[in-house]
Design a protein around this ligand. Structure first.
Ligand SMILES: C[C@H](OP(=O)(O)OC[C@@H](O)[C@@H](O)[C@@H](O)Cn1c2nc(=O)[nH]c(=O)c-2cc2ccc(O)cc21)C(=O)N[C@@H](CCC(=O)N[C@@H](CCC(=O)O)C(=O)O)C(=O)O
Length: 333
């Protein structure tokens, strides 16, 4: 099992770099930085992480085809890769529709846009001239002059992961991605995803087992169980409020509860959410508990086919303490 950490750049970049350095010292293999327009810019953040670390792989987890053109995504991740000495990874997803409204972006044809962006970026990273005639991506002799490994001495064959949850996006992800980042923390989510992953891999003659299936989890670990659950519940509330009907049904959450939770969020009633979100609800949408509890849940995710645990927000009531507890888990895994 590989372990990664998801960090949201809603704190100063040097703080994000300190968490990443600590994660590297705890033998985490990946650091994924989320990409939302309203947070610190992902590639600026990754450049600082590249300088602050020397082993951990670092990448966007995940960017999208709309707020940046594929060429700028390729140029940005290739630049980070050169600074990091070949440690960059790139996650591409359809983007968070809610944030697009503020930007006047429609986020059309998400499957096609993600597929074409991944294909175009992969071609651009060869450093060769690229002509790509897609329906959402059009390039004519575009070339990243510096991406030629003979010039930089850095392997630009950057692994491309796809952020995916819906069935068709999961199929697309399996077909075009080296890995998949799936927002989910419960084995049932990955048993369901396995069907689409197999279908998508079969469609292009890939072996499904070659795909790194990363659980992009809501993770909350602490010695104090109550504190771990209290820290997980607000994030669980946001997940439920944005969950599809399929996800709600899979985890036994009624549409009425979803509406109540969404209303409490919009009113900022985070105290009320602590009772509205029960521990068993949190268990469905988060890896939460003390060390033994979380170890047990991670092993259940491994049995469900997960090959990378990306420990995501909130990590726990005390981030540094949680990173060290997960480090202990990595050492004992
Ligand atoms: C588009 C959407 O795909 P989805 O995978 O469910 O998207 C939900 C999220 O994954 C998406 O919002 C991500 O960008 C969210 N996301 C992040 N979003 C962000 O904006 N920033 C992040 O940092 C971020 C991180 C992240 C990490 C992991 C992860 O799994 C998701 C993450 C969907 O609705 N898919 C459906 C329908 C797809 C569809 O629209 N099909 C149409 C269009 C076809 C076409 O595209 O041509 C059709 O079939 O006609 C499906 O997969 O079945």
């Amino acid at each position: 099992m590989k372990f990664g950490i998801e960090l949201v750049p809603n704190e100063p970049v040097f703080k994000i770099a300190a968490y990443t350095k600590l994660a590297e010292e705890q033998s985490f293999e990946y650091a994924w930085i989320t990409d939302h327009y309203n947070n610190r810019e992902v590639y600026s953040t990754l450049s600082v992480l590249a300088l602050a670390t020397n082993k951990i792989k670092i990448g966007a987890g995940v960017t999208n085809p709309y707020t940046r053109s594929p060429v700028m995504t390729a140029a940005s991740i290739a630049s980070v890769n050169e600074i990091a000495g070949g440690r960059a990874v790139l996650g591409i997803g359809p983007g968070d529709k809610m944030t697009f409204e503020a930007l006047g972006l429609a986020g059309e044809k998400p499957l096609t846009a993600v597929k074409e962006t991944a294909e175009a970026v992969r071609e651009l990273l060869t450093g060769k001239k690229v002509t790509y005639e897609g329906s959402t991506v059009k390039l004519k002799n575009a070339k990243l002059d510096f991406a030629d490994p003979k010039k930089t001495g850095v392997d630009m064959n950057i692994p491309i992961y796809i952020g995916a949850q819906g069935p068709k996006m999961l199929e697309t992800a399996a077909a075009v991605g080296d890995g998949i980042l799936i927002n989910g923390s419960h084995p049932d989510d990955f048993k369901a995803a396995a069907v689409q992953i197999q279908k998508g891999a079969d469609a292009v003659g890939k072996k499904a087992e070659e795909i790194d299936v990363a659980a992009y989890t809501c993770f909350s670990i602490d010695d104090d169980l109550d504190k771990a659950y209290a820290s997980a519940k607000p994030v669980t509330a946001f997940i439920i409020a944005g969950a599809s009907d399929v996800l709600l049904e899979r985890h036994g959450i009624s549409k009425e509860s979803k509406t109540e939770i969404a209303e409490a969020i919009s009113k900022g009633d985070f105290k009320g959410l602590q009772t509205m979100i029960t521990d068993s609800m949190a268990d469905r949408f988060a890896v939460v508990g003390d060390f033994d509890e979380c170890m047990k849940k991670v092993k259940e995710l491994e049995k469900a086919g997960v090959t990378q645990i990306a420990a995501g927000s909130p990590l726990g009531p005390n981030k540094e303490k949680s990173i060290k507890l997960i480090g202990k888990m990595i050492a004992e895994f």
